[in-house]
Structures are given as C-alpha cells and as structure tokens.
Design a binder for this molecule. Structure first.
Ligand code: AMP
Ligand code: MN
Ligand code: MN
Ligand code: MN
Length: 290
C-alpha cells in the first residue's frame, strides 16, 4: 500500500494519511462503510473517520478498513464554543466505549434538535421560508446529528442558493437569518473527554477561525494548557498560506502535526479522501504517537 518516491539515492515510503472525514453518522453524504471503502480505493494507508459529536460509524468503518488492510484510528470532531465562536476539536485513538466521552457527546447531540427548531423558526420569521425543520431532517440520516449542513442542502433544494457552500455565508453564519446561538462543549471539557478516553486532542482546521493573531495564540495557549497535543496543519480547507502559518505554530508550540481532507461528499468537498498534500518536512506527524 505504500508509494515510494525517490529522494537522492534512497527511496523512502510516503504514507497516505487521511484523519478527517465525515459520513452519514453526522453530516457527510456517504455511509461509514462507503467512506472507508473510498479511502481504501484511493490508496489511503492510515485512516480515521471523524464524525461530528458521534461515534456510531466507527465500528463498521473499522471493519471495512480491516478488510482492506488499511490501518484505522478512532476519531471524532467535537463541536466547541470558545470566546463566542464555534471551533472544532478532533479526538484520535481513544477508547470508543469510554463512558464519559460518550456521555459528553450525547450531551452535545441532545441540544441539536431544539437548535434546529429555532433555526427553522428564524428562517420562517425572517425569510418566509416554511418547513425548514422537516426539510433539513429529510437530509439527516442520524436525526440527533441534525446540522447546518442539512439545512444548507434543503435551502439548495428549495432554490434559495445554487450550491451548499454558498448558503453558509448568506444564511447560516452569525448575523445571518438562519443562525442561532448554541451552547456547545467548552474547550476544556472536549479535551478532557478525549484525553480521559486515552486519546489525543487536535485543533481542527485552525485556518478557518476568524481570530486575530493574538486571539489565535490565546486559543492555542488554552488548548495546550488543557492537555491538547496536536494541530491540523494540512486540511482540505487550508490555503498554502494557512499551511505555512500553522506549520510554524505547530513547531513553536511543540504540537504533533495532523492532516485530513474534511471530506463530506462529492460536490460539497474540493478535496477527495486521501487527496491532501503531505505534511511539510520538519514536523512531527501525529501518527508517531499512535
Ligand atoms: P453545525 O455543527 O450544525 O454547526 O454545522 C457545521 C457544519 O456545517 C460543518 O461541519 C461543515 O460541514 C458545515 N459548514 C460550516 N460552515 C461552512 C461554510 N462556511 N461552508 C461550508 N460548509 C460549512
Ligand atoms: Mn461538517
Ligand atoms: Mn470542522
Ligand atoms: Mn470536519
């Protein structure tokens, strides 16, 4: 499964790694089986399914990975509120049956249905769009994981926007009609659950957060202090500039470096599973700690 590229005289193996993908267990378009199969078909050697706030896809993804001889790591992407912003904390290589982690994730899922009802009410009140709750639910295979992504798909279906990725900026982000506040996990809670289950906590797609440099440092300081050890340097949603900035911060903070496509499905993701560039040289890959 390794590919070999030539560097000087000695060939060295380059692992194809994707540690960030979504399935229908959260807001992805493919089943957990299909995501794992697609990873294997794309030549991925080391794979993690990292659904939002939910572990239900892990057993079948692990089984499929095993059938293909692809190494599988347990994963999750936890929704966190920090300084009034939604951030995502990835957890890896934890015990998926950990009671505290599962109870914590359950507590986040519990709030999603009532939030979706409030989103639907706002869309009706402000835009005159009716039936958004039921419409979004039709797209959610796991109703407890009803997400803004499912609303986005419904709004595209209704002709409000042409593409899912355009819906967010106009309708579903803070200050827009379909956005409502929600209390997610705290940063320290999310890290505590992951570390308590024997896992490693990693900052997801830091380039997506609209933080000043000072606030980003405050965030990374708190993350590290709470027991966070890794950062996603290469992500499907990172520019080359983002990769450079977060490589430097990864080294400076002594974080392990991670990479993942953040694949949600064809037509919604620019990068396929296993399709990200390799980690820049000089960083310590997170898989050295697995
Ligand atoms: P939620 O967890 O319900 O707040 O939904 C967040 C999900 O919506 C993310 O995991 C992404 O899949 C998607 N999302 C959020 N912001 C954007 C954006 N600007 N463009 C495309 N997808 C987004
Ligand atoms: Mn998502
Ligand atoms: Mn995310
Ligand atoms: Mn993600």
């Amino acid at each position: 499964m390794h590919s070999f590229i030539s560097s000087g005289l000695l060939p060295f193996p380059v692992l194809k790694v994707d540690l960030h993908c979504h399935s229908t267990a959260s807001d992805g378009l493919l089943s957990p089986e299909a995501v794992a199969r697609r990873a294997a078909d794309n030549g991925v050697d080391l794979f993690s399914l990292s659904d939002h706030d939910d572990l239900s896809g892990l057993p079948i993804a692990a089984t499929v990975a095993g059938e293909y001889g692809m190494r599988f790591i347990t994963g999750v992407e936890i929704s966190v509120e920090w300084e009034n912003a939604q951030v995502h904390i990835l957890g890896y290589n934890f015990a998926a049956d950990d009671v505290t982690l599962n109870a914590g994730l359950q507590s986040i899922r519990d709030g999603r249905i009532s939030r979706a009802r409030r989103m639907s009410d706002e869309l009706e009140k402000k835009l005159g769009l009716s039936g958004c709750f039921d419409g979004a639910m039709r797209y959610a295979e796991n109703p407890n994981l009803i997400s803004r992504a499912h609303f986005a798909r419904y709004l595209v279906e209704q002709g409000v926007c042409k593409e899912v990725r355009n819906v967010f900026e106009s309708y579903l982000v803070p200050g827009k009609p379909g956005y409502v506040d929600h209390r997610w996990a705290s940063l320290s809670e999310s890290i505590g659950w992951i570390v308590g289950a024997g896992g490693i906590a990693s900052v997801a797609h830091p380039g997506r957060y609209k933080f000043s440099r000072k606030l980003m440092r405050q965030f990374l300081d708190e993350f590290k202090q709470a027991g966070g050890r890794a950062i996603e340097v290469v992500s499907g949603s990172h520019s080359a500039d983002n990769v450079a900035v977060f490589s430097r911060l990864s080294s400076e903070y002594g974080f392990l470096a991670s990479c993942g496509s953040d694949f949600h499905g064809e037509g919604e993701s620019y990068i396929d599973i296993g399709g990200t560039a390799p980690l820049p040289d000089g960083l310590t890959p997170i898989w050295e700690a697995f």
